[in-house]
Design a protein around this ligand. Structure first.
Ligand code: FAD
Length: 491
């Protein structure tokens, strides 16, 4: 196969949220990044309900906060669930948690064609060479190391493009991930999703009108996501034992399922299904809950849906995709900078990423037990995270995507600096030169603070958040907790 004359520092495969995030964070460090996307934008995707860290953490670091704010997305304060023993709907809101400051206690419900394009265009602006209609066929190996990719370009030419590192963000159909490790399907979540779009569905009363509504029924559960004042995304997640319903075709199956769920039937009583365009199709997805045994090998790291995904009831997909994009970019930036070994930086990546995924996965196993009450779900959140706080608070952190990373969200530099001062007081020095004063005037990741050291022998984020660095003397959260000092875990 012909070899392309160009070489890059990094090739990112896939222009979804994971790929655009990772590519931009690497390009922002001055490296030459090529992003290859199989389709042409805008690309329809499912996965419309987001979590606060994506909006106030990742999007702020990427510099797209204003664009996201002005895009007209529906503001999501939390979720309303008809789920568990009691048949009465219950609501959680991130405003109830002190860990989500008032100004960061919400996310958005997004039309993915718009959201993904904002992130992809931002990557372009940050210097990423984005090429659409370029399909990656597989890895190009040199001495057992991944040293590029084989592609089919937009002119139908096959060739090899070389680079120092490949980031695979090509989603559930990845052609690269199986070259890293085996994909292990979840034995527990073997469901089928059937989904479409409706006009003029009802809205829940304020302040819940922008919430995701999840309603359990005898064959599974529904999501009901308001995407605009008139457009609603509606999907049924059913057990595979009910797959016969699909024999009549997806649209008739969805109508049948809606008829069998009283609350969704009522919300849609005056609504009509969108008849045409990208929202006119009723789609079916299955086999979407899995996790790869390992997320990297020399020369190649796998992120987002290419690495893992679990049932969508708590909207974790885009959060895991963008968070893993940040973690992988840190590892690649550090590796290319030459300060730490590949093993060291990707071990940190994989531990942090796997921890966040596992929190969602393990909690969802308990949450799928419909015979429980709310307190049991709170207890499950504490058990999974091993946190000692109040159950409701731990639950809010877990489903808000800040339990695994220990993140705390801040809206402004001022809050960020105050937060660091707080960390300094409680934990002592957080990194080699990372005391509160030295952060005055930073214009970096002002809205995302992570627990600096998650693992006793691990690494910490650099001051600007774009690389890893050795902790040099700082203590892990666990060491501090074990030391008996009067420290709070929630930082
Ligand atoms: P993707 O968004 O899938 O992007 C991958 C990109 O790679 C695509 O653009 C694709 O065209 C490109 N690509 C693929 N192969 C190649 C190739 N060979 N060469 C080049 N490019 C390639 N998440 C949420 O956060 N909230 C939700 O409410 C939610 N609901 C969901 C409901 C269902 C039924 C399912 C199945 C998932 C849901 N998700 C949800 C998950 C969410 O869809 C994904 O987690 C998210 O889109 C992952 O982002 P990504 O960037 O990893 O992958």
């Amino acid at each position: 196969m012909p070899l392309d004359h160009e070489t890059f520092d990094v090739i990112v495969v896939g222009g979804g949220p994971a790929g655009s995030t990772a590519a931009a964070f690497v390009a922002m460090q001055g490296y030459r990044v090529l992003l290859l996307e199989r389709e042409a934008s805008p690309i329809y995707k499912i996965g419309e309900s987001l979590l606060p860290p994506t909006i106030h953490g990742i999007c702020a670091m990427l510099g797209v906060s204003d664009e996201i704010k002005n895009a007209g997305f529906v503001r999501k304060l939390g979720g309303t669930f008809q789920w568990g023993k009691s048949k009465e709907p219950w609501t959680f809101s991130w405003t109830q948690s002190p860990r989500f400051q008032t100004s960061t206690s919400y996310a958005y419900q997004v039309e993915r064609m718009k959201f993904d394009l904002i992130l992809l265009n931002n990557a372009r602006r940050k210097g990423v060479d984005v090429r659409e209609r370029h399909r990656v066929l597989g890895p190009a190996l040199e001495d057992g190391k991944v040293a590029g990719v084989e592609i089919l370009d937009d002119a139908g030419e096959h060739r090899i493009v070389r680079c120092s590192y490949v980031i695979d963000a090509s989603g559930s159909t990845s052609a690269l991930a199986r070259h890293v490790s085996e994909r292990v399907g979840s034995p527990f979540f073997r469901n089928i999703a059937v989904f479409g779009y409706y006009l003029n569905g009802k809205r829940m009363p304020e302040p819940c009108s922008g919430n995701i509504f999840c309603a359990a029924f005898d064959r599974g559960w529904f999501w009901y996501i308001p995407l605009s004042p008139t457009l609603t995304s509606v999907g049924a997640v059913i057990g595979e034992e009910y797959s016969d319903i699909l024999q009549q075709g997806p649209a008739a199956a969805l109508a049948d399922l809606i008829a069998g769920c009283g609350s969704i039937r009522d919300m849609l009583s005056n609504a009509t299904r969108v008849p045409e365009g990208p929202y006119g199709e009723v789609r079916v997805r299955k086999d979407y809950s899995y996790c790869h045994a390992k997320f990297w090998r020399p020369g190649l790291v796998v992120i987002g849906d290419a690495a893992c995904f679990v049932d969508p009831v708590f909207s974790s997909g885009v959060h895991l995709a963008t968070y893993s994009g940040l973690l992988a970019a840190r590892s690649v930036n550090t590796l290319l900078g030459g300060s730490l070994s590949e093993e060291r930086v990707f071990t940190e990546f994989e531990r942090r990423y796997r921890r966040e995924y596992t929190y969602f996965h393990d909690f969802l196993v308990s949450f799928y037990d419909m015979d429980q009450d709310l307190n049991s779900y709170y207890w499950a959140a504490r058990k999974v995270t091993k946190a000692s706080g109040v159950g409701h608070e731990v639950f809010l952190q877990l489903v808000g995507g800040i339990a695994g990373s220990g993140e705390r969200l801040y809206a402004s530099d001022r809050e960020f600096i105050q937060a660091l001062q707080g960390i300094g007081r409680r934990f002592g020095p957080i990194q080699d030169s990372g005391d509160a004063e030295s952060h005055n005037g930073v214009s970096g990741p002002s809205s995302l603070v992570e627990v600096p050291l998650l693992f006793a022998d691990g690494l910490i984020p650099s001051r600007d958040g774009f690389q890893w660095t050795e902790p040099r003397g700082s203590k892990s959260v666990h060491q501090l907790l074990d030391s008996g000092l009067p420290v709070k875990r929630a930082v």
